[in-house]
Design a protein around this ligand. Structure first.
Ligand SMILES: CC(C)(COP(=O)(O)OP(=O)(O)OC[C@H]1O[C@@H](n2cnc3c(N)ncnc32)[C@H](O)[C@@H]1OP(=O)(O)O)[C@@H](O)C(=O)NCCC(=O)NCCS
Length: 188
């Protein structure tokens, strides 16, 4: 989409990213969950500094205003922030494992303007360039429509109650086609 610029996030961006994530959880995600589930989601979601250290986390800006963020990862951890238990930073194997799509957040004022779609496309291309032929993610109920619209298929629905109440989540995946095609939708 025109008007947006994209760059790799660095540690200097972390304070602004934390604010963006907090607003995104309170805004777009709140339409899909109860207040108790939103409170629990804050414990299950948020900033993962490992993805920033890996330089696989993207920032989208519009006239220097932060419009959204999201990334991909070649590490086992499927979702969650630095504070979320159960993290597994061990590396995945390109060509064998599915790369992860991680931590997608759009600033409330910029939702439904293509920021999420832009980040997804760039992350899929980067994962493909790194040798992965498939990507997977764990979607919130607010994220699921974005991923369905971009060719991701449901693998399993589950609930994560580590935040105090059960938060519904869905594991989804997509096969990456060769560069130049529009991407797969797991029909094969
Ligand atoms: C999920 C999220 C990142 C989507 O970002 P976005 O920048 O608004 O997404 P896009 O504008 O690129 O949407 C692309 C398409 O996805 C679908 N889509 C995205 N959000 C949707 C929604 N709330 N309802 C229905 N369809 C939606 C639509 O098909 C949309 O195309 P359209 O606007 O032309 O109809 C954003 O809603 C968000 O930050 N949510 C809160 C945090 C969160 O839950 N993140 C997901 C973690 S897995």
């Amino acid at each position: 989409m025109t008007g947006f610029t994209v760059r790799i996030a660095t540690e200097a961006d972390i304070p602004a990213l934390v604010v963006l994530m907090d607003r995104s959880i309170a805004g777009p995600l709140a339409a899909f969950l109860t207040p108790a589930q939103i409170a629990a989601s804050r414990r299950l979601m948020g900033l993962d500094s490992q993805i920033i250290a890996d330089r696989t986390y993207l920032i989208v800006e519009a006239d220097d205003v932060l419009a959204g963020c999201g990334g991909w990862s070649g590490r086992i951890t499927a979702y969650g922030g630095d504070h979320t238990p159960g993290r597994v930073p061990a590396p995945l194997t390109p060509g064998v494992d599915a790369a992860r799509i991680r931590a997608m957040y759009t600033t409330p004022e910029f939702v439904r303007r293509g920021v999420g779609r832009l980040i997804l496309a760039l992350c899929e291309a980067a994962a493909r360039a790194a040798g992965y032929d498939r990507v997977e993610l764990v979607a919130t109920m607010g994220g699921e429509p974005l991923y369905v619209a971009n060719g991701y298929r449901e693998i399993e629905r589950f609930e994560d109650d580590r935040g105090g109440v059960a938060v519904p989540l869905v594991r989804m995946g997509k096969t990456l086609k060769d560069a130049g095609s529009s991407g797969g939708n797991d029909d094969a």
